[in-house]
Each structure stands twice: as structure tokens, then as C-alpha cells.
Design a protein around this ligand. Sequence first.
Ligand code: NDP
Length: 252
Amino acid sequence: MHSANAQGAIAVTGTSRGIGAAIALELARRGFVVGCLSRGGRSFLDEPAPDDDLRPRLLEETCDVTDEAAIRRALHAVAERGGGLCGLVNNAGVHLIGPAAEFSTADFQQVLSTNLTGVFVACREAYPLLRAQGGGLIVNIGSFFGRLGVRHTAAYCASKAGLSGLTRSLAVEWGPEGIAVLNLAPGYVETEISRKWLHKDWARERILARIPAGRPPTGEAVARLVAAFYAERLPYLTGETIYMDGGLSVSH
Ligand code: NDP
């Protein structure tokens, strides 16, 4: 059910750039058909154009994850074009920061509706499509911030902590139907979302010094782990949050 020979496509949200683009490309390189869901309908904006041989396996669809109808339409379109749906990677995310005492409700809700409610809705809409294929694998992209308390980051931390609970609950509820659910929580990865910190010399040095592995994972490394989950058949691995942060969040 999770192999490159699987029936159907894997939908990935937020493939315009960053980690989502890397995941979509890595899955396609390994032979999977990939539904590339992006707000603007165009993926890989910060990457060299994908090789021609990958193109037929990359199915582009427009999807804003804060729009329920758009999620439903995009997942059905991917299933129709890809011969069913066998996986979903919930990668799209936003990171708004500010002191909690001044953080607006609208900003808090924007983070939650993208990073948590959008994931729930995508899982719910994918469920009947995955069942129709006899099961499948959902991978949520969390964050090591989900188990930390971080100043000026309450909304983002709450959204990513919430993903761990959502992952556990869906894994329990849908396990009997052959649907596994994982939460992959990377550490700092150099993309648009983290660039504002990682490009400040003082922050970069401080962060790098705290990572036992000496450096943050790349988007490609995160993508390789996601692809490995799909390439291997590991139905007993479900409900877990897996941290990939070079040891940063467990180091004292
Ligand atoms: P980027 O900012 O580079 O990419 C974010 C992606 O999410 C973009 O493709 C963006 O699309 C998309 N997106 C944002 N809002 C929506 C929406 N409403 N609907 C659809 N797509 C949307 O960030 P990363 O690649 O770094 O982040 C990817 C995931 O990894 C996020 O969930 C993030 O929280 C997580 N993560 C990142 C870490 C890091 O250090 N970079 C660390 C830990 C976790 P658009 O181009 O339309 O804006």
C-alpha cells in the first residue's frame, strides 16, 4: 500500500517552495505519482525546473488549505488524475510571530487555520479516498517547536503541538482501516519560513552551537525521510511524532 507500485497518488500541500517542493520532487524521483497542491497552482518556484522525465508524475492542482472546498476539490482531482489517492503529506504552514500580549486574535486564527485546522480538513477529506484504495499513509509536517516553549511564538507552537494530538487520534481511529498517520517534526531548516533568523549571524551561530549534529537538516533530508516512509511498508509505525532536528530539542 505504501510502495512506489501502490495504486494511486500522494498529495502534498504547500509545494510552491521549501520543504514541500523538496518532498514532492523526492517522491516523484522514487517513482510515486504526486499531487502538487499549491495556492497559486504552480510548484517548485525556488527550484530548477523538474526533469522532463518527472513531469508526468507531478500533477499540479491549486489549493489553499484554509479553504475546505478547495481542499476537497484538489484531493478529488489528484485521485482522479492519479488513479486514486494512497497518501497525503500535510506540509503547508505559516509562522507568524509577536509578543503574546499584543498578538491579535486574527493572527492567532490564521496560524491555527493553516497549520492545524487545514491539516484536519485535508485528513478528513482524504479519508474516504484512502479507504477506497484499501488504506494509506498520512504524514503531517510538524515542528520541534511543538514540544518547546518559544517566546513570541505561541500560535505556531500551539499549532504544531496540536498536530501531535491530531496525529495520535487519527492513527487510533483509522488504524483498523489500514490508514497510518505520522507527524514528522523537523528542526530548523533553511527555507523562507526560517530565513529571517538563520541569516542573522548572531542567531545562526547560537543555533548551530546548540545542535548536537552540528547543523540543521536540509529540506532534501526531510524529503528523504518522508519518501522512505512511503517506500517502506511500515504499517505498525503510526501515531508517532518523529523529531528530525539533529538532537537540538533533546539536548541540555
Ligand atoms: P516556506 O515558507 O518555505 O513554505 C511554506 C509553504 O506553505 C509554501 O509553499 C506556502 O505557499 C505554503 N502555504 C502557506 N499557507 C498556505 C495556505 N493557506 N494554503 C496552501 N499553502 C500554503 O516554509 P517551509 O518549507 O520551511 O515549511 C514547510 C513546513 O515545514 C511548514 O509546515 C513548517 O511549519 C514546517 N517546518 C519548517 C521548519 C523550518 O525551519 N523551515 C522547521 C520545522 C517545521 P505560498 O507560496 O502560496 O505562500
